[in-house]
Design a binder for this molecule. Structure first.
Ligand SMILES: [Zn+2]
Length: 379
């Protein structure tokens, strides 16, 4: 932990799924492999061995799995690069046994942008399949469609081409949060608005998810069961987010900010901040030098300092100098997006005259839950 002196310059931490190991970077985005991926490799080796495959054929099978996952990584890069066009960064790309996940800083809110970001992934696989198709035609004159595709070893590029076709078809199933579901939501949102579109898409996704799980159980396809569970809860989370968003849709930042708040001096100690936190129930404190807010100290900072046993250090050792400034007239949904994108839990609200309030994620969360239940009661 830095103590005093230079403000600590920290790169934004890379978000990653637990149990994942970083294998490299692509377009500046960290690529991680989840442990479940290695299970898949073990499974492929087992399947080959059970079929009496040679060591060479097993190696080919494993190489094919790595090639497929390279295609999945490129698919995720498609999403990430499309999102980047709209100023949305990607925190990480993680490969799991069920496929890849690109964690975007936030979801694009314009339906047309969501459409482009959702389609960009499968388009990458269309291109890969197309290149392999043309390549095979040029080299061999035809693409194999026979049972050779199902046997261990051989027909490597044919298999890879067909797998990319399957990836396109599979991802375009209209079950949110899969790509096809996002495409559907974006198309519906253009006509019916975001909330109605999300509710309808989520309902369809959950129906399909139950179907996946049932087929998965009766045909004993564990992967299908996992996908069913993933889609079911993913769709529920999307619906929840849409409801939250619509609850604050028309509001401005001023409506959700705390206009009265305590400030803290740069010379104060963490112990003073603990005192203020406990007695005020305020979760973020502007650090004020004269009339100027120079940093923001949040509950997380105070807890971090307390856990490090640093009660006597100045608050500036932990406070965030690179804090977010919002305008009271800014739409609240934009402000929430900005908080999320910057990974901040609080922001300073100021107008031309200076600071007028603080906005915390906690405060917004409370407003959302109150307004959403009020709306729910009215039907
Ligand atoms: Zn995708």
């Amino acid at each position: 932990m830095a103590s005093g002196g230079e403000p600590e310059q920290r790169a934004r931490p890379e978000r990653r799924v637990g149990g994942a190991v970083r294998i490299g970077r692509l377009f500046g985005i960290g690529v991680f492999i989840h442990w479940s991926f290695w299970l898949l490799i073990a499974f492929v080796i087992y399947l080959h061995a059970a079929q009496g495959a040679t060591v060479w054929q097993i190696a080919e099978g494993v190489a094919l799995i790595f090639s497929i996952f390279a295609c999945v990584v490129l698919h995720e890069c498609g999403h990430a690069l499309a999102a980047r066009r709209y100023g949305i960064g990607t925190r990480s790309i993680t490969l799991m046994v069920i496929g890849g996940i690109a964690s975007l800083e936030r979801m694009p809110r314009k339906p047309s942008q969501e459409l482009v970001v959702a389609v960009a992934g499968p388009m990458v696989n269309v291109v890969i399949a197309g290149v392999l198709f043309v390549g095979l035609l040029l080299v061999r004159g035809h693409v194999r469609q026979d049972e050779a595709l199902l046997q261990a070893g051989g027909a490597y590029f044919d298999k890879l081409m067909w797998i990319n076709v399957i990836l396109v078809v599979f991802n375009m199933i209209p079950a949110m949060p899969m790509d096809g579901g996002r495409v559907l939501r974006a198309l519906l949102a253009m006509r019916f608005g975001y909330e109605r579109a999300t509710r309808a898409s989520a309902r369809l996704a959950q129906t399909l998810a139950i179907g996946f799980a049932i087929v998965g159980i009766f045909e004993w396809q564990p992967l299908l069961i996992i996908i069913g569970v993933f889609v079911f809860f993913g769709a529920a989370a999307e619906a929840q987010m849409a409801i939250a968003r619509s609850a604050i849709e028309s509001l401005k930042v001023a409506r959700a900010m705390m206009p009265d708040y305590l400030v803290i001096e740069p010379g104060a100690r963490i112990s003073d901040a603990i005192e203020a936190l406990v007695t005020s129930r305020q979760s973020a404190f502007p650090v004020m030098e004269g009339n100027e807010v120079i940093a923001m100290l949040t509950r997380e900072h105070i807890h971090k300092a307390a856990e490090a046993g640093e009660q006597d250090v100045p608050v500036m050792d932990y406070a965030d100098r690179d804090f977010l400034r919002l305008s009271p007239d800014e739409p609240l949904v934009d402000a929430v997006d900005r908080l999320q994108q910057a990974e901040k839990s609080a922001a300073l609200v100021e107008d031309d005259s200076g600071p007028v309030g603080i906005l915390t994620r906690e405060g917004v969360g409370e407003l959302i839950s109150l307004r959403a239940s009020f709306k729910g009661r009215r039907g």
